[in-house]
Design a protein around this ligand. Structure first.
Ligand SMILES: *[C@@H]1O[C@H](CO)[C@@H](O)[C@H](O)[C@H]1NC(C)=O
Length: 134
């Protein structure tokens, strides 16, 4: 009898705490705001996109997006001037480069003349940032 009671006390004390800490860690990466106009004006679309996956811009935004704002998080996106899987032989380069929430022209791609050519994009985990903060 005495042994049973002791066992119960130990078992209760070492039972794992509810998994609350885990759910706080989980955040969805890949949210991007895209709009026709500069400064989030005109038609806009916000979605969370899968990383390492190419997305063609919808008809309303294809070659017509001055706002391209990734969420302030550990990822960046490459806008492309051709459709997903398409060929690009532009001497000037087929992508604008890695765009994160730090990019200075994210609210006005017309500053780099990309608002009229942006056609698709693909986002990736920023492994440097992910390692620094996890
Ligand atoms: C990735 O994260 C690091 C650390 O925050 C940052 O310095 C770097 O600019 C980021 N890379 C890109 C491509 O945004």
């Amino acid at each position: 009898m005495k042994f049973a009671a002791l066992f119960l006390a130990v078992a209760t004390a070492t039972a794992p705490a509810p998994a609350a800490a885990n759910s706080i860690e989980r955040r969805e990466l890949g949210g991007v705001l895209i709009c026709n106009g500069a400064n989030a004006k005109g038609y806009c679309q916000y979605s969370v996109y899968e990383l390492d996956t190419c997305y063609n811009l919808p008809q309303q935004l294809k070659r017509n997006a001055a706002t391209f704002v990734p969420d302030a998080d550990k990822f960046y996106c490459y806008p492309y001037l051709m459709e997903c899987g398409g060929f690009c032989m532009s001497a000037a380069g087929c992508t604008l480069g890695a765009i994160s929430s730090d990019y200075k022209n994210k609210y006005d791609l017309s500053a780099v003349k990309w608002n009229t050519i942006i056609t698709s994009f693909k986002c990736h985990l920023n492994t440097t940032a992910a390692q620094l903060t996890s």
